[in-house]
Ligand binder design. Sequence first.
Ligand SMILES: *Cc1c(COP(=O)(O)O)cnc(C)c1O
Length: 337
Amino acid sequence: MIDYRSDTVTQPTPQMIEAMSKAPVGDDVYGEDPTIKELEQYAADLFGMENALFCPSGTMTNQIAIKAHTTPGKEVICHEWAHIYNYEGGGVAFNSGCQVRPISSNDGKFKAVDVEARIQSNTDIHAAPTALISVENTVNKAGGTVWSTDEVKPITRVGQIHNIPLHLDGARLFNALEAVGETPADYGKLFNSISICLSKGLGAPVGSLLLGSDQFITRARRIRKVMGGGMRQAGIIAAGGLYALKNNIDRLREDRENAIKIYEAVKESAICKSVEKPQTNIVLFEPTDDKPLNAVLTEMEKYGIKASPMGSKIRMVTHLNHSHEEIVRTCDILRSL
Ligand SMILES: *Cc1c(COP(=O)(O)O)cnc(C)c1O
């Protein structure tokens, strides 16, 4: 089976396992795990932010950030396709007692005027005041679409004018940076908090990082403990993340190029009704009307290709475990279906 369901399915490489097996560890709840400290410092420096917090998942980093920025009865502005709104189990309400005010568009992105139009003030007693603006880059549900920093800057300005903090769900931010040739430091200046995943395209087995100011991370560390995310000798897994940040960023270009090859094959395949050229490592296509979506997925599996449903579309995600030979074979199979 060649697995394209997600870039979360990757297996650690022997070099990564080697780094993990040698990691010095300690009790991180006591602040004594040197590998976790090194990872948090490395990531904070990369983004030019003051501090970072290692967490078990991207859902947790997002949810901690939302909790840290808000109080109950407030509102979070984000896109209607946002992961925080669609795929985190209602966590905005469950953990923070807040509601979402979504923005719609066909690429998962929005403009400063869209945010401006949805900001609610503290003065109207009928309204839930806006406490947070959240941006996702790349936008998963839109098929890995990319924001450039020029598109983000006006959103940051709106946040600053209204004194509303900005959070970035950057689960696949490094894929976005590769596609537009920007740097993490460009992003550190634009957001109050940033979440990045180590267990997606970067290929680590576990973990995400939350980045922000010293004051914010102190608050986040407390919330992580309350949520049950205080880990002990987790340097073992942090070492995989550190290895990933140091070694697996530059190769994300390969994932994008592989996604383009798959897109070209899908476009010529009888199972595809429509598909757009991928901006990063996600190919999202509308399956043919001839068969139900599940039948298309089953047919793909019969030939050794695993993909996943996303709404009415089929999603294929490329990652570091795909060999050149597997990509070629996948394209041949897709063209023949
Ligand atoms: C995967 C993902 C997350 C976090 O997911 P976890 O599985 O909890 O690590 C957050 N946001 C986006 C956009 C994602 O794709």
